[in-house]
Design a protein around this ligand. Structure first.
Ligand SMILES: [Fe+2]
Length: 375
């Protein structure tokens, strides 16, 4: 099925359809890691705060109201694994509707911080979707200092100096995650998400030769209420590779803390995937990193908000559709493979942690890192 400029974007009547499960917000993502302590080191440097630990799991929160934004679990195998994404739904009725879907679990108590009741669904590609209702919000949420900026012509900050403290960029919340799916299942997957939930296509990127969509960004449709430009994205990938997570993204306070966090991660010897730059669709200032297991996690700030009145757009696939400023698109971002990351020699030598990590080898004579990451 080809969707063209005049084609379906899954938007008609979405808010009125009572059969849809109504999502309220993203809750958390759940990953399994071969080395949980190494995963913890990265997540701490990334700006998350441990909220609870069990024998094989560590739960993290940000500085927002969400009681948990990330679950790290020790992998039962040598491989890393994306377990699924969790969403808070608007009512208990939504959980009941979800539990009635084919392949869904029964409603159960959630053991994730914040509690509540939960149901697990499978999307058409077998990825878990955990739905939660009745969470108790974190009492630790806070606001960070709002930096006032002087521009060339408008200078509201007088006699006050900008002073910053080096450190991780505190993460506020989970912003989005997304999958690369087989090209042949792209439209059926998108249709499933927009039919099952109050998710609506915000923007799509199309192949300029065929005029067929190949990436879509989906937001939570709350009618007139503004929500993030996207909470989920789907991209069409090769037929010979199963559907897989591309990255999960976390909002940070502002650009200064984001850049401080970039320096913190770089100085800690972690591997940058792509950034810092500015996206076109969604406008986010982005910074992608490889975590300790080779998953891609993003920091973002200054993203767009949309509502039912926002025009749905389509853009041709091109580098300028992906970013406005920043480093050129690296192979590592397209492939999602840490093996494709380019590391500056000086960094690798300056930060020997990168060289000392188990399963990690860096060819010091070239700028290409060769990292053995289980898949
Ligand atoms: Fe992203």
């Amino acid at each position: 099925m080809a969707v063209t400029a005049n084609g379906s974007n899954g938007s008609a009547g979405e808010t009125e359809d009572p059969r849809k499960i109504r999502l309220d917000r993203l809750a958390y993502v759940h990953y399994q890691h071969p080395d949980l302590s190494k995963a913890h080191r990265f997540l701490t440097d990334f700006g998350m705060e441990k909220v609870k630990e069990t024998e094989n799991r560590i739960y993290y929160r940000g500085f927002g109201a969400a009681p948990c934004i990330y679950v790290a679990e020790a992998s039962p195998t040598p491989n890393r694994n994306f377990v699924g994404g969790a969403w808070v739904v608007e009512s208990y009725r939504d959980l009941e509707d979800a539990a009635a879907l084919p392949g869904a679990s029964q409603i159960a108590d959630s053991d994730v911080p914040g509690g509540g009741s939960t149901v697990t669904l499978k999307d058409p590609n077998g990825h878990n979707i955990m739905l939660v209702f009745g969470q108790i919000l974190s009492s630790h949420s806070k606001s960070l200092h709002q930096v006032e900026m002087n521009s060339a012509c408008v200078k509201p900050r007088v006699g006050v100096f900008q002073r910053f403290k080096p450190g991780p960029s505190p993460v506020h919340k989970l912003g989005h995650y997304g999958f690369v799916v087989r090209k042949s299942t792209f439209f059926s997957t998108r249709e499933w998400y927009t039919r099952t939930f109050n998710l609506k296509v915000t923007d799509s990127v199309f192949d300029p030769e065929s005029n067929v969509d190949e990436t879509s960004f989906l937001h939570i449709d709350k009618g007139k209420e503004y929500t993030d430009h996207h909470s989920l994205f789907l991209a069409a990938g090769p037929e010979d590779k199963p559907s897989h997570i591309h990255h999960s993204s976390f909002e940070v306070h502002d650009m200064d803390t984001q850049l401080l966090g970039h320096d913190w991660l770089r100085n800690g010897g972690w591997v940058n995937c792509w950034g810092v730059g500015r996206h076109l669709l969604g406008s986010q200032i982005f910074d992608y990193w490889f975590d300790a297991s080779g998953n891609v996690l993003e920091h973002y700030s200054d993203g767009d908000l949309v509502n039912i009145d926002t025009k749905v757009t389509r853009e041709p696939a091109a580098p300028q559709t992906l970013f406005v400023w920043g480093p050129n698109i690296p192979l590592a971002f397209m492939s999602g493979r840490i093996e494709d990351a380019v590391i500056d020699n000086k960094l690798a030598i300056t930060h020997p942690q990168l060289l000392e990590e188990p399963n990690t080898t860096v060819n010091k004579t070239s700028t290409t890192a060769s990292v053995d990451v289980p898949h």
